[in-house]
Design a protein around this ligand. Sequence first.
Ligand code: HSE
Length: 587
Amino acid sequence: MSKSPTIVLKFGGSVLRGEADLPLAVHEIYRHWRQGYRVLAVVSAFEGTTDELLARTEKYGPDGNDHAVATLLATGEAVSAALLASALKRSGINSKILAPHQVGILTEGAPLDGEITGANIDAVDRALDGSIVIVSGFVGVNADGDTTLLGRGGTDLTALYLANALNARCVLVKDVDGLFETNPADAAVRPRRYSTVSYSTTLERGGELVQPKAVEFAEKVGLNFEIASLGSGVATHVGDLEDAFASDLSEELRRPLKVALLGCGVVGFGVYERLRAMPQKFEITGVVNLHRERAIERGIEPELIGNDAIELIEGDCDVVVELIGGKNAAGQFIRHSLANGRSVVSANKALISEHGRSLHELAESADVSLRYGAAVGGVVPALETARRLSKTSQPTVIRGIINGTSNFICGRLEDGKDFHASVKEAQEAGFAEADPTLDIDGSDAAQKLVLLARSAFGSDIAFDDIPRRGLEEASGADAAAAREAGRSFRVVAEVRADGGKATASVSCVSLDASDPLAQINGAENLVLFETADGDRHVVRGRGAGRYATAEAVLGDIFDIYYETLENGHQYLPTQPGLHCRVQGATI
Ligand code: HSE
Protein backbone atom coordinates (compact mmCIF):
# COMPACT_ATOMS: atom_id res chain seq x y z
CA MET A 1 0.00 0.00 0.00
CA SER A 2 1.51 3.38 -0.92
CA LYS A 3 1.99 5.97 1.80
CA SER A 4 -0.19 9.04 1.72
CA PRO A 5 1.23 12.35 2.93
CA THR A 6 0.79 13.08 6.63
CA ILE A 7 -0.41 16.24 8.32
CA VAL A 8 -0.17 17.08 12.01
CA LEU A 9 -2.95 19.39 13.18
CA LYS A 10 -2.46 20.85 16.62
CA PHE A 11 -5.58 22.08 18.39
CA GLY A 12 -4.76 24.21 21.40
CA GLY A 13 -6.95 25.33 24.28
CA SER A 14 -7.69 28.63 22.52
CA VAL A 15 -9.52 26.78 19.74
CA LEU A 16 -10.88 23.90 21.81
CA ARG A 17 -12.54 26.18 24.28
CA GLY A 18 -15.16 23.59 25.11
CA GLU A 19 -17.22 20.81 23.63
CA ALA A 20 -19.10 23.19 21.32
CA ASP A 21 -15.83 23.63 19.40
CA LEU A 22 -15.32 19.93 18.70
CA PRO A 23 -17.42 19.87 15.50
CA LEU A 24 -15.14 22.63 14.13
CA ALA A 25 -12.11 20.45 14.79
CA VAL A 26 -13.96 17.59 13.08
CA HIS A 27 -14.51 19.75 9.96
CA GLU A 28 -10.81 20.66 9.93
CA ILE A 29 -9.68 17.05 10.29
CA TYR A 30 -12.20 15.89 7.69
CA ARG A 31 -11.12 18.44 5.10
CA HIS A 32 -7.53 17.23 5.25
CA TRP A 33 -8.49 13.56 5.29
CA ARG A 34 -10.63 14.22 2.21
CA GLN A 35 -7.60 15.70 0.46
CA GLY A 36 -5.77 12.41 0.97
CA TYR A 37 -3.74 13.17 4.11
CA ARG A 38 -3.15 10.82 6.98
CA VAL A 39 -4.16 13.06 9.89
CA LEU A 40 -2.56 13.22 13.33
CA ALA A 41 -4.50 15.49 15.71
CA VAL A 42 -2.55 16.73 18.71
CA VAL A 43 -4.87 18.18 21.34
CA SER A 44 -4.60 20.38 24.39
CA ALA A 45 -7.01 20.33 27.31
CA PHE A 46 -10.12 22.49 26.91
CA GLU A 47 -9.50 26.14 27.68
CA GLY A 48 -9.05 26.82 31.39
CA THR A 49 -8.88 23.14 32.37
CA THR A 50 -5.14 23.07 33.02
CA ASP A 51 -5.39 26.12 35.29
CA GLU A 52 -8.32 24.62 37.18
CA LEU A 53 -6.46 21.35 37.72
CA LEU A 54 -3.35 23.21 38.79
CA ALA A 55 -5.35 25.21 41.32
CA ARG A 56 -6.77 21.98 42.74
CA THR A 57 -3.37 20.44 43.31
CA GLU A 58 -1.92 23.69 44.68
CA LYS A 59 -4.44 23.55 47.51
CA TYR A 60 -2.16 20.91 49.01
CA GLY A 61 0.80 23.26 49.23
CA PRO A 62 3.41 24.74 46.93
CA ASP A 63 5.79 21.75 47.02
CA GLY A 64 3.58 19.29 45.19
CA ASN A 65 4.63 15.89 44.01
CA ASP A 66 5.66 16.66 40.41
CA HIS A 67 4.51 13.34 39.00
CA ALA A 68 1.18 13.70 40.78
CA VAL A 69 0.79 17.17 39.23
CA ALA A 70 1.72 15.79 35.78
CA THR A 71 -0.73 12.88 36.18
CA LEU A 72 -3.54 15.22 37.18
CA LEU A 73 -2.90 17.77 34.42
CA ALA A 74 -2.69 15.00 31.81
CA THR A 75 -6.32 14.14 32.53
CA GLY A 76 -7.28 17.44 30.83
CA GLU A 77 -5.75 16.26 27.54
CA ALA A 78 -7.22 12.78 27.96
CA VAL A 79 -10.72 14.28 28.18
CA SER A 80 -10.39 16.44 25.06
CA ALA A 81 -8.78 13.58 23.10
CA ALA A 82 -11.58 11.19 24.04
CA LEU A 83 -14.34 13.68 23.26
CA LEU A 84 -12.75 14.59 19.91
CA ALA A 85 -12.76 10.87 19.04
CA SER A 86 -16.46 10.73 20.00
CA ALA A 87 -17.27 13.78 17.86
CA LEU A 88 -15.43 12.22 14.90
CA LYS A 89 -17.32 8.96 15.42
CA ARG A 90 -20.65 10.80 15.38
CA SER A 91 -19.70 12.13 11.94
CA GLY A 92 -18.80 8.59 10.88
CA ILE A 93 -15.03 9.12 10.93
CA ASN A 94 -12.90 6.43 12.57
CA SER A 95 -10.07 7.49 14.84
CA LYS A 96 -7.65 5.95 17.28
CA ILE A 97 -6.50 7.61 20.48
CA LEU A 98 -2.90 6.89 21.33
CA ALA A 99 -2.36 7.28 25.07
CA PRO A 100 0.85 9.01 26.24
CA HIS A 101 2.54 5.69 27.02
CA GLN A 102 1.73 4.46 23.48
CA VAL A 103 3.12 7.60 21.81
CA GLY A 104 6.01 7.38 24.21
CA ILE A 105 7.14 11.01 24.09
CA LEU A 106 10.27 10.43 26.14
CA THR A 107 11.39 13.38 28.24
CA GLU A 108 14.42 14.35 30.25
CA GLY A 109 14.91 17.15 32.74
CA ALA A 110 12.27 18.91 34.82
CA PRO A 111 9.22 16.63 35.21
CA LEU A 112 6.83 19.52 34.49
CA ASP A 113 8.91 21.16 31.75
CA GLY A 114 10.74 18.30 30.06
CA GLU A 115 12.84 18.14 26.91
CA ILE A 116 11.83 15.54 24.33
CA THR A 117 14.46 12.92 23.59
CA GLY A 118 12.45 10.37 21.62
CA ALA A 119 9.05 8.88 20.77
CA ASN A 120 7.47 5.65 19.50
CA ILE A 121 7.31 6.97 15.98
CA ASP A 122 6.75 3.52 14.45
CA ALA A 123 3.64 3.04 16.58
CA VAL A 124 2.25 6.43 15.54
CA ASP A 125 3.09 5.77 11.89
CA ARG A 126 1.38 2.35 11.95
CA ALA A 127 -1.72 3.76 13.63
CA LEU A 128 -1.95 6.50 10.97
CA ASP A 129 -2.31 3.84 8.27
CA GLY A 130 -5.57 2.70 9.83
CA SER A 131 -7.40 5.89 10.76
CA ILE A 132 -7.17 9.42 12.08
CA VAL A 133 -4.91 9.40 15.16
CA ILE A 134 -5.42 11.59 18.23
CA VAL A 135 -2.70 12.19 20.78
CA SER A 136 -2.45 14.37 23.87
CA GLY A 137 0.01 17.17 23.47
CA PHE A 138 1.91 18.42 26.53
CA VAL A 139 2.25 14.95 28.07
CA GLY A 140 5.30 12.68 28.04
CA VAL A 141 6.93 9.90 30.00
CA ASN A 142 10.39 9.74 31.55
CA ALA A 143 12.81 6.81 31.42
CA ASP A 144 11.08 5.29 34.46
CA GLY A 145 7.68 5.45 32.73
CA ASP A 146 6.38 8.27 34.98
CA THR A 147 4.06 10.84 33.45
CA THR A 148 5.79 14.14 32.65
CA LEU A 149 4.82 17.45 31.04
CA LEU A 150 6.43 19.61 28.37
CA GLY A 151 5.84 23.01 29.97
CA ARG A 152 3.32 25.71 29.08
CA GLY A 153 2.37 25.53 25.42
CA GLY A 154 4.02 22.11 25.21
CA THR A 155 1.40 20.85 22.77
CA ASP A 156 3.11 22.95 20.08
CA LEU A 157 6.37 21.13 20.78
CA THR A 158 4.69 17.70 20.68
CA ALA A 159 3.12 18.55 17.31
CA LEU A 160 6.37 19.84 15.80
CA TYR A 161 8.41 16.96 17.19
CA LEU A 162 6.04 14.34 15.76
CA ALA A 163 5.73 16.19 12.44
CA ASN A 164 9.50 16.26 12.08
CA ALA A 165 9.85 12.57 12.89
CA LEU A 166 6.98 11.62 10.55
CA ASN A 167 8.20 13.91 7.76
CA ALA A 168 4.79 15.56 7.91
CA ARG A 169 3.28 18.94 7.27
CA CYS A 170 2.43 20.68 10.56
CA VAL A 171 -0.31 23.22 11.22
CA LEU A 172 -0.64 24.84 14.63
CA VAL A 173 -4.34 25.71 14.73
CA LYS A 174 -4.87 28.88 16.79
CA ASP A 175 -7.63 31.39 17.41
CA VAL A 176 -6.05 33.84 14.93
CA ASP A 177 -5.30 33.51 11.22
CA GLY A 178 -1.54 33.46 11.72
CA LEU A 179 1.22 35.60 13.17
CA PHE A 180 0.57 39.35 13.10
CA GLU A 181 3.11 42.14 13.49
CA THR A 182 1.43 42.97 16.81
CA ASN A 183 -1.25 41.16 18.76
CA PRO A 184 -4.55 41.95 16.93
CA ALA A 185 -6.43 41.72 20.23
CA ASP A 186 -4.47 44.71 21.62
CA ALA A 187 -4.45 46.91 18.50
CA ALA A 188 -6.92 49.66 17.57
CA VAL A 189 -6.10 49.22 13.87
CA ARG A 190 -5.83 45.69 12.57
CA PRO A 191 -2.13 44.86 12.21
CA ARG A 192 -0.66 43.15 9.16
CA ARG A 193 -0.48 39.36 9.06
CA TYR A 194 2.70 37.63 7.99
CA SER A 195 2.32 35.28 5.04
CA THR A 196 5.87 34.01 5.62
CA VAL A 197 8.03 34.66 8.63
CA SER A 198 11.47 33.68 9.91
CA TYR A 199 12.05 31.71 13.08
CA SER A 200 13.70 34.72 14.70
CA THR A 201 10.76 37.06 14.03
CA THR A 202 8.42 34.34 15.33
CA LEU A 203 10.46 34.13 18.52
CA GLU A 204 10.48 37.90 18.82
CA ARG A 205 6.78 38.51 18.10
CA GLY A 206 4.99 35.23 18.66
CA GLY A 207 5.89 34.38 22.24
CA GLU A 208 2.28 34.41 23.36
CA LEU A 209 1.07 32.56 20.29
CA VAL A 210 3.63 29.79 19.83
CA GLN A 211 5.69 28.21 22.58
CA PRO A 212 9.27 29.58 22.16
CA LYS A 213 10.73 26.17 23.00
CA ALA A 214 8.75 24.75 20.05
CA VAL A 215 10.02 27.44 17.63
CA GLU A 216 13.59 26.80 18.77
CA PHE A 217 13.12 23.09 18.13
CA ALA A 218 11.76 23.75 14.62
CA GLU A 219 14.70 26.06 13.87
CA LYS A 220 17.19 23.50 15.14
CA VAL A 221 15.83 20.74 12.89
CA GLY A 222 14.94 23.08 9.98
CA LEU A 223 11.23 22.27 10.07
CA ASN A 224 8.76 24.60 8.37
CA PHE A 225 5.29 24.86 9.92
CA GLU A 226 2.10 26.85 9.59
CA ILE A 227 0.01 28.90 11.99
CA ALA A 228 -3.66 29.09 11.02
CA SER A 229 -7.09 29.45 12.53
CA LEU A 230 -9.84 26.83 12.32
CA GLY A 231 -11.15 26.56 8.79
CA SER A 232 -9.98 30.00 7.65
CA GLY A 233 -8.01 28.70 4.68
CA VAL A 234 -5.13 31.17 5.20
CA ALA A 235 -1.94 30.68 7.21
CA THR A 236 1.41 32.11 8.21
CA HIS A 237 4.30 29.91 7.05
CA VAL A 238 7.16 29.84 9.55
CA GLY A 239 10.60 28.67 8.51
CA ASP A 240 13.94 29.70 7.14
CA LEU A 241 11.96 32.32 5.22
CA GLU A 242 11.93 36.06 4.54
CA ASP A 243 9.37 38.07 6.51
CA ALA A 244 6.53 39.08 4.20
CA PHE A 245 3.00 40.30 4.81
CA ALA A 246 -0.16 38.79 3.35
CA SER A 247 -2.22 40.76 0.89
CA ASP A 248 -5.31 38.61 1.32
CA LEU A 249 -8.46 39.75 3.00
CA SER A 250 -8.32 38.33 6.44
CA GLU A 251 -11.10 36.17 7.79
CA GLU A 252 -12.68 39.03 9.71
CA LEU A 253 -12.93 41.28 6.67
CA ARG A 254 -14.60 38.79 4.37
CA ARG A 255 -18.32 38.58 4.14
CA PRO A 256 -19.85 35.17 4.82
CA LEU A 257 -20.62 32.79 1.96
CA LYS A 258 -24.37 33.02 1.29
CA VAL A 259 -26.01 29.62 1.23
CA ALA A 260 -29.53 28.76 0.07
CA LEU A 261 -30.83 25.45 1.40
CA LEU A 262 -33.30 23.37 -0.60
CA GLY A 263 -34.68 20.60 1.59
CA CYS A 264 -34.41 20.29 5.30
CA GLY A 265 -34.87 16.64 6.14
CA VAL A 266 -32.51 14.39 8.09
CA VAL A 267 -29.38 15.61 6.31
CA GLY A 268 -30.55 19.13 5.50
CA PHE A 269 -31.19 19.89 9.13
CA GLY A 270 -27.73 18.62 10.05
CA VAL A 271 -26.22 21.00 7.48
CA TYR A 272 -28.42 23.86 8.69
CA GLU A 273 -27.29 23.44 12.29
CA ARG A 274 -23.61 23.49 11.40
CA LEU A 275 -23.90 26.48 9.06
CA ARG A 276 -25.73 28.40 11.78
CA ALA A 277 -22.91 27.62 14.18
CA MET A 278 -20.38 29.40 11.91
CA PRO A 279 -21.96 32.82 11.22
CA GLN A 280 -18.60 34.40 10.39
CA LYS A 281 -18.22 32.06 7.44
CA PHE A 282 -21.75 31.20 6.35
CA GLU A 283 -25.06 32.97 6.09
CA ILE A 284 -28.22 30.99 5.33
CA THR A 285 -30.31 33.06 2.96
CA GLY A 286 -33.35 30.81 3.20
CA VAL A 287 -34.62 27.27 3.52
CA VAL A 288 -37.19 25.81 1.17
CA ASN A 289 -38.99 22.85 2.67
CA LEU A 290 -42.16 21.13 1.60
CA HIS A 291 -43.48 20.90 5.15
CA ARG A 292 -43.18 24.27 6.89
CA GLU A 293 -44.47 23.02 10.23
CA ARG A 294 -42.06 20.08 10.29
CA ALA A 295 -39.17 22.44 9.58
CA ILE A 296 -40.23 24.73 12.44
CA GLU A 297 -40.54 21.73 14.75
CA ARG A 298 -37.01 20.72 13.86
CA GLY A 299 -35.78 24.16 14.93
CA ILE A 300 -35.43 26.13 11.68
CA GLU A 301 -35.93 29.88 12.14
CA PRO A 302 -39.49 30.47 10.82
CA GLU A 303 -38.49 33.63 8.94
CA LEU A 304 -35.96 31.64 6.92
CA ILE A 305 -38.49 29.11 5.66
CA GLY A 306 -40.00 29.66 2.25
CA ASN A 307 -41.76 27.62 -0.40
CA ASP A 308 -40.45 29.13 -3.65
CA ALA A 309 -37.16 27.52 -4.61
CA ILE A 310 -36.77 29.61 -7.76
CA GLU A 311 -37.16 32.83 -5.80
CA LEU A 312 -34.56 31.64 -3.26
CA ILE A 313 -32.12 30.65 -6.03
CA GLU A 314 -32.54 34.00 -7.78
CA GLY A 315 -32.13 35.87 -4.51
CA ASP A 316 -28.80 37.00 -3.15
CA CYS A 317 -26.85 33.75 -2.67
CA ASP A 318 -23.53 32.20 -3.69
CA VAL A 319 -24.27 28.52 -3.24
CA VAL A 320 -27.41 26.42 -3.52
CA VAL A 321 -27.46 23.21 -1.48
CA GLU A 322 -29.91 20.74 -2.99
CA LEU A 323 -31.05 18.07 -0.55
CA ILE A 324 -34.60 17.47 -1.70
CA GLY A 325 -33.77 14.30 -3.62
CA GLY A 326 -35.75 12.95 -6.56
CA LYS A 327 -34.92 13.84 -10.13
CA ASN A 328 -37.44 16.23 -11.62
CA ALA A 329 -37.73 19.22 -9.30
CA ALA A 330 -34.17 18.77 -8.03
CA GLY A 331 -32.85 18.71 -11.60
CA GLN A 332 -34.78 21.83 -12.49
CA PHE A 333 -33.47 23.67 -9.44
CA ILE A 334 -29.87 22.61 -9.97
CA ARG A 335 -29.93 23.71 -13.62
CA HIS A 336 -31.53 27.00 -12.69
CA SER A 337 -28.94 27.59 -9.98
CA LEU A 338 -26.00 26.89 -12.28
CA ALA A 339 -27.49 28.99 -15.08
CA ASN A 340 -27.83 31.85 -12.60
CA GLY A 341 -24.19 31.66 -11.58
CA ARG A 342 -24.69 29.86 -8.28
CA SER A 343 -22.41 27.04 -7.25
CA VAL A 344 -24.28 23.89 -6.33
CA VAL A 345 -23.75 21.25 -3.67
CA SER A 346 -25.92 18.15 -3.86
CA ALA A 347 -26.03 14.59 -2.56
CA ASN A 348 -28.35 13.47 -5.37
CA LYS A 349 -26.68 10.38 -6.85
CA ALA A 350 -29.79 9.37 -8.82
CA LEU A 351 -29.86 12.66 -10.68
CA ILE A 352 -26.13 13.12 -11.10
CA SER A 353 -25.49 9.55 -12.22
CA GLU A 354 -27.97 10.21 -15.04
CA HIS A 355 -27.28 13.83 -15.94
CA GLY A 356 -23.84 14.51 -14.47
CA ARG A 357 -22.12 15.27 -17.74
CA SER A 358 -24.60 17.91 -18.89
CA LEU A 359 -24.75 19.44 -15.42
CA HIS A 360 -20.96 19.69 -15.33
CA GLU A 361 -20.98 21.37 -18.75
CA LEU A 362 -23.51 23.86 -17.47
CA ALA A 363 -21.41 24.54 -14.35
CA GLU A 364 -18.31 25.00 -16.46
CA SER A 365 -19.97 27.42 -18.85
CA ALA A 366 -21.23 29.49 -15.88
CA ASP A 367 -17.79 29.24 -14.22
CA VAL A 368 -19.20 27.88 -10.98
CA SER A 369 -18.76 24.67 -8.98
CA LEU A 370 -20.92 21.58 -8.93
CA ARG A 371 -19.97 19.32 -6.01
CA TYR A 372 -21.53 16.12 -4.73
CA GLY A 373 -19.00 14.47 -2.42
CA ALA A 374 -21.83 13.16 -0.22
CA ALA A 375 -23.39 11.23 -3.09
CA VAL A 376 -21.04 8.27 -2.67
CA GLY A 377 -20.05 6.83 0.69
CA GLY A 378 -21.41 9.57 2.98
CA VAL A 379 -18.40 10.87 4.89
CA VAL A 380 -16.04 8.47 3.07
CA PRO A 381 -13.95 10.45 0.57
CA ALA A 382 -14.70 7.98 -2.22
CA LEU A 383 -15.13 10.36 -5.16
CA GLU A 384 -12.29 12.57 -3.94
CA THR A 385 -9.95 9.57 -3.79
CA ALA A 386 -11.11 8.39 -7.23
CA ARG A 387 -10.43 11.83 -8.68
CA ARG A 388 -7.05 12.15 -7.01
CA LEU A 389 -5.89 8.71 -8.10
CA SER A 390 -7.01 9.41 -11.66
CA LYS A 391 -4.48 12.25 -11.71
CA THR A 392 -1.58 10.55 -9.95
CA SER A 393 -1.92 6.83 -10.63
CA GLN A 394 -4.05 4.77 -12.95
CA PRO A 395 -6.96 3.21 -11.08
CA THR A 396 -7.93 -0.14 -12.54
CA VAL A 397 -10.43 -1.63 -10.07
CA ILE A 398 -12.78 -0.11 -7.50
CA ARG A 399 -14.50 -2.54 -5.16
CA GLY A 400 -16.55 -1.69 -2.16
CA ILE A 401 -19.47 -1.76 0.17
CA ILE A 402 -21.24 1.43 -0.77
CA ASN A 403 -24.78 0.94 0.43
CA GLY A 404 -25.20 1.23 4.19
CA THR A 405 -28.78 0.05 4.24
CA SER A 406 -28.13 -3.26 2.48
CA ASN A 407 -25.01 -3.79 4.55
CA PHE A 408 -26.99 -3.17 7.72
CA ILE A 409 -29.64 -5.66 6.56
CA CYS A 410 -26.94 -8.24 5.71
CA GLY A 411 -25.65 -8.06 9.28
CA ARG A 412 -29.18 -8.42 10.68
CA LEU A 413 -29.84 -11.43 8.45
CA GLU A 414 -26.60 -13.02 9.62
CA ASP A 415 -27.89 -12.53 13.18
CA GLY A 416 -31.07 -14.41 12.19
CA LYS A 417 -33.27 -11.28 12.21
CA ASP A 418 -36.29 -10.74 10.01
CA PHE A 419 -35.74 -9.03 6.63
CA HIS A 420 -38.68 -6.60 6.78
CA ALA A 421 -38.03 -5.60 10.38
CA SER A 422 -34.40 -4.88 9.39
CA VAL A 423 -35.50 -2.65 6.49
CA LYS A 424 -37.74 -0.74 8.89
CA GLU A 425 -34.86 -0.32 11.33
CA ALA A 426 -32.65 1.07 8.56
CA GLN A 427 -35.39 3.53 7.61
CA GLU A 428 -35.79 4.64 11.20
CA ALA A 429 -32.05 5.14 11.53
CA GLY A 430 -32.14 7.46 8.49
CA PHE A 431 -29.93 5.28 6.25
CA ALA A 432 -32.47 4.10 3.72
CA GLU A 433 -33.59 6.01 0.64
CA ALA A 434 -37.16 7.34 0.57
CA ASP A 435 -37.86 4.26 -1.56
CA PRO A 436 -35.80 1.51 0.12
CA THR A 437 -36.20 -0.73 -2.94
CA LEU A 438 -33.31 1.24 -4.44
CA ASP A 439 -31.10 0.15 -1.55
CA ILE A 440 -32.32 -3.43 -1.54
CA ASP A 441 -32.10 -4.20 -5.27
CA GLY A 442 -28.63 -2.68 -5.75
CA SER A 443 -29.82 0.39 -7.71
CA ASP A 444 -28.40 2.87 -5.19
CA ALA A 445 -25.00 1.13 -5.34
CA ALA A 446 -25.14 1.05 -9.15
CA GLN A 447 -25.80 4.82 -9.28
CA LYS A 448 -22.75 5.31 -7.09
CA LEU A 449 -20.66 3.10 -9.39
CA VAL A 450 -21.56 5.37 -12.31
CA LEU A 451 -20.17 8.34 -10.35
CA LEU A 452 -17.06 6.46 -9.25
CA ALA A 453 -16.29 5.29 -12.79
CA ARG A 454 -16.64 8.82 -14.11
CA SER A 455 -14.31 10.24 -11.44
CA ALA A 456 -11.71 7.47 -11.59
CA PHE A 457 -11.66 6.46 -15.26
CA GLY A 458 -13.42 9.35 -16.97
CA SER A 459 -15.80 6.72 -18.42
CA ASP A 460 -19.54 6.97 -18.66
CA ILE A 461 -21.32 3.74 -17.78
CA ALA A 462 -25.06 3.60 -18.27
CA PHE A 463 -26.91 2.65 -15.12
CA ASP A 464 -28.95 0.10 -17.11
CA ASP A 465 -25.76 -1.67 -18.23
CA ILE A 466 -24.84 -2.56 -14.64
CA PRO A 467 -26.01 -6.07 -13.70
CA ARG A 468 -27.50 -5.98 -10.22
CA ARG A 469 -28.22 -8.78 -7.82
CA GLY A 470 -29.09 -7.17 -4.53
CA LEU A 471 -30.86 -8.49 -1.48
CA GLU A 472 -34.26 -8.97 -3.09
CA GLU A 473 -33.52 -12.58 -3.95
CA ALA A 474 -31.34 -13.29 -0.95
CA SER A 475 -32.59 -15.29 1.98
CA GLY A 476 -31.85 -15.42 5.68
CA ALA A 477 -30.59 -18.95 5.03
CA ASP A 478 -27.83 -17.64 2.69
CA ALA A 479 -26.73 -15.20 5.37
CA ALA A 480 -26.83 -17.80 8.13
CA ALA A 481 -24.85 -20.25 5.98
CA ALA A 482 -22.15 -17.62 5.40
CA ARG A 483 -21.94 -16.91 9.13
CA GLU A 484 -21.82 -20.64 9.92
CA ALA A 485 -18.88 -21.05 7.52
CA GLY A 486 -16.99 -18.12 9.13
CA ARG A 487 -17.63 -15.96 6.06
CA SER A 488 -19.54 -12.67 5.59
CA PHE A 489 -22.69 -12.16 3.60
CA ARG A 490 -22.42 -8.80 1.80
CA VAL A 491 -23.59 -6.74 -1.19
CA VAL A 492 -20.45 -5.83 -3.13
CA ALA A 493 -20.19 -3.18 -5.84
CA GLU A 494 -17.35 -3.35 -8.34
CA VAL A 495 -16.18 -1.46 -11.39
CA ARG A 496 -13.17 -2.26 -13.58
CA ALA A 497 -11.44 -0.24 -16.25
CA ASP A 498 -11.24 -2.77 -19.03
CA GLY A 499 -9.15 -1.45 -21.91
CA GLY A 500 -10.77 1.97 -22.12
CA LYS A 501 -14.20 0.61 -21.26
CA ALA A 502 -15.61 0.30 -17.74
CA THR A 503 -17.61 -2.71 -16.63
CA ALA A 504 -19.49 -2.79 -13.36
CA SER A 505 -21.68 -5.03 -11.25
CA VAL A 506 -23.50 -5.17 -7.93
CA SER A 507 -23.78 -8.61 -6.41
CA CYS A 508 -24.77 -10.33 -3.23
CA VAL A 509 -21.92 -12.63 -2.18
CA SER A 510 -20.35 -14.63 0.61
CA LEU A 511 -16.90 -13.18 1.38
CA ASP A 512 -13.88 -14.86 2.88
CA ALA A 513 -13.10 -13.47 6.35
CA SER A 514 -9.73 -12.19 5.09
CA ASP A 515 -11.41 -9.87 2.56
CA PRO A 516 -11.32 -6.26 3.94
CA LEU A 517 -14.93 -5.87 2.82
CA ALA A 518 -15.95 -8.74 5.11
CA GLN A 519 -15.15 -6.62 8.19
CA ILE A 520 -17.58 -3.84 7.33
CA ASN A 521 -20.70 -3.71 9.46
CA GLY A 522 -23.87 -1.66 9.67
CA ALA A 523 -23.94 1.68 7.85
CA GLU A 524 -20.19 1.67 7.38
CA ASN A 525 -18.80 1.81 3.84
CA LEU A 526 -15.39 0.78 2.54
CA VAL A 527 -13.98 1.49 -0.91
CA LEU A 528 -10.85 -0.22 -2.14
CA PHE A 529 -8.98 1.17 -5.14
CA GLU A 530 -6.35 -0.79 -7.09
CA THR A 531 -4.02 1.05 -9.41
CA ALA A 532 -2.01 -0.09 -12.44
CA ASP A 533 1.21 -0.19 -10.39
CA GLY A 534 -0.35 -2.75 -8.02
CA ASP A 535 -0.98 -0.29 -5.18
CA ARG A 536 -4.10 -0.46 -3.03
CA HIS A 537 -5.85 2.50 -1.40
CA VAL A 538 -8.62 2.03 1.12
CA VAL A 539 -11.09 4.58 2.45
CA ARG A 540 -13.57 3.69 5.12
CA GLY A 541 -16.20 5.40 7.30
CA ARG A 542 -19.91 5.81 7.76
CA GLY A 543 -21.73 5.89 4.46
CA ALA A 544 -25.19 6.98 5.50
CA GLY A 545 -27.13 8.86 8.16
CA ARG A 546 -27.51 12.45 9.24
CA TYR A 547 -24.12 13.43 10.65
CA ALA A 548 -21.96 11.53 8.17
CA THR A 549 -23.81 12.85 5.14
CA ALA A 550 -24.08 16.38 6.55
CA GLU A 551 -20.30 16.37 7.18
CA ALA A 552 -19.67 15.50 3.53
CA VAL A 553 -22.08 18.19 2.31
CA LEU A 554 -20.34 20.70 4.59
CA GLY A 555 -17.01 19.54 3.19
CA ASP A 556 -18.22 20.59 -0.27
CA ILE A 557 -19.50 23.93 1.02
CA PHE A 558 -16.15 24.54 2.72
CA ASP A 559 -14.35 23.67 -0.53
CA ILE A 560 -16.33 26.38 -2.29
CA TYR A 561 -15.50 28.78 0.52
CA TYR A 562 -11.76 28.05 0.05
CA GLU A 563 -12.03 28.11 -3.73
CA THR A 564 -13.21 31.70 -3.68
CA LEU A 565 -10.36 32.53 -1.34
CA GLU A 566 -7.78 30.97 -3.63
CA ASN A 567 -9.27 32.75 -6.63
CA GLY A 568 -8.69 35.95 -4.71
CA HIS A 569 -12.24 37.25 -4.78
CA GLN A 570 -14.35 37.93 -1.79
CA TYR A 571 -17.63 36.42 -2.97
CA LEU A 572 -18.50 39.23 -5.30
CA PRO A 573 -22.27 39.52 -5.53
CA THR A 574 -23.51 37.13 -8.17
CA GLN A 575 -24.19 38.82 -11.48
CA PRO A 576 -27.69 39.71 -12.50
CA GLY A 577 -28.57 39.30 -16.15
CA LEU A 578 -28.09 35.56 -16.32
CA HIS A 579 -31.54 34.95 -14.90
CA CYS A 580 -33.63 32.61 -16.98
CA ARG A 581 -36.63 31.51 -15.00
CA VAL A 582 -37.33 27.83 -15.48
CA GLN A 583 -40.74 26.69 -14.46
CA GLY A 584 -42.31 23.30 -14.54
CA ALA A 585 -39.46 21.97 -16.62
CA THR A 586 -38.36 18.41 -16.15
CA ILE A 587 -35.04 17.06 -17.21
N1 HSE B 1 -29.41 4.84 1.21
C1 HSE B 1 -28.02 5.07 1.14
C2 HSE B 1 -27.31 3.96 1.89
C3 HSE B 1 -27.71 6.41 1.76
O1 HSE B 1 -27.98 3.21 2.61
O2 HSE B 1 -26.11 3.81 1.74
C4 HSE B 1 -26.32 6.91 1.49
O3 HSE B 1 -26.06 7.04 0.12
